[in-house]
Design a protein. Sequence first.
Length: 445
Amino acid sequence: MVLDGRREHAAHSIRPATEPTIGTVIMTGRGFVTGGVSPLDISIRPVSKDDFGAFFNAAERSFSHQGTEEEVELERPLFEPERSLVAFDGDEMVGTAGIFSLDLTVPGGSLPMAGVTAVGVNPTHRRRGILTELMRRQLEHCRDHGDPLAGLWASESSIYGRFGYGLAAFTTEVEIERTRAAFREPVDASRRLRMLDKERALDMVTSVYDRVRLTRPGMFARSAARWANLLADPEVRRRGMSPLFFVVSESSEGPDGYVIYRTKQSWDEGFPNGTLSVRELQADAPEAYAALWRYCFDVDLMTKIEAWPRPVDEPLHHLLAEPRRLVTRLWDSLWIRIVDVPMALAGRRYQTKGRLVVDVRDAFCPWNEGRYALDGGPDGATCARSDDEADLSVAADALGAVYLGGVRFGTLRQVGRVEERSEGAVRRADAMFGWDPQPWCPEIF
């Protein structure tokens, strides 16, 4: 469920009930079969919207957290019951998995993505194959639902590769001492910045985000319900910090950037020692970007400014007079799973025009197994099964990793995860799949 910290599990958004839903499956012993029930059987099925409180609490137990009623009500509007999965031991919920129906920005366009969330198995029922079957059933549902992609933030980075997810986007955490945050060049002091309450800022913030997100792979559209959830500001999300502040940058043409942040006041022997924590900073004009960071660095009584998550190609380093002072830590973020190979590969654009025949290995989703001919370029792409000789051989997780353009085939080849079958194919693939800007997902879901 979406919180202000770094909890990497979540709730769910809504598709019509006429969409394909996930059926019931029964687990007997360590195998899953359809059919009758015995007292030791684990059944897996969706739940109704009325069951969300129990679903939420079961998911939280898997993460050793006890949710509050306030948290339940915050997440309830995003729940997609028809896209939920619950593992039952009798009438006890012991495992969960859910989906947000998202529109993901991909290179040159956008595609539907199943935003995988709330995946967990209670400690009493682990190591019994429940997680594997939840993942299998969920991906079959995504295929039937027509999602070419699934994506997630992983609570543990060792889990999802075996289900065909590839690490497609990284994120950074940055931190700097205020006294070391001078810029190389002065910022235009005439730019208008306005501190607004949430209600007045909302339309401006959403308009900027909607423009920015179309330019960067890895971002996704936010519904009104998702914005309401993201900007909800209960005490449980503050973690000892202030309520959210909203500052909007405006040009003569309207809003072109914003920053949302919290502060934590602290005093050491009479001297201020506060922290300003950037929740989100977006801008679609360079002047707005610089002015908003300058604002953050100039807030009085702060000694440290921190921000997470930020993109790996963060321009801030190049604004600073002392870029080394910007302490940067790298984290994994968005993992991508190709659910439908031809739909996914044809649904994005490519930096250079070219043709590749790719042999895809995918034991977990066997409908993807096979050879595909991709013809793509800046203006569009086609992808279909082919009997031609393969140029490359990749497993599903490697294909997911390179999909958004932030990971190179050549990098994965160096660690044995891409096999080149024809000379020059890796170089050609990197020229096609590479993209600017780098992928970035600014929100855990």
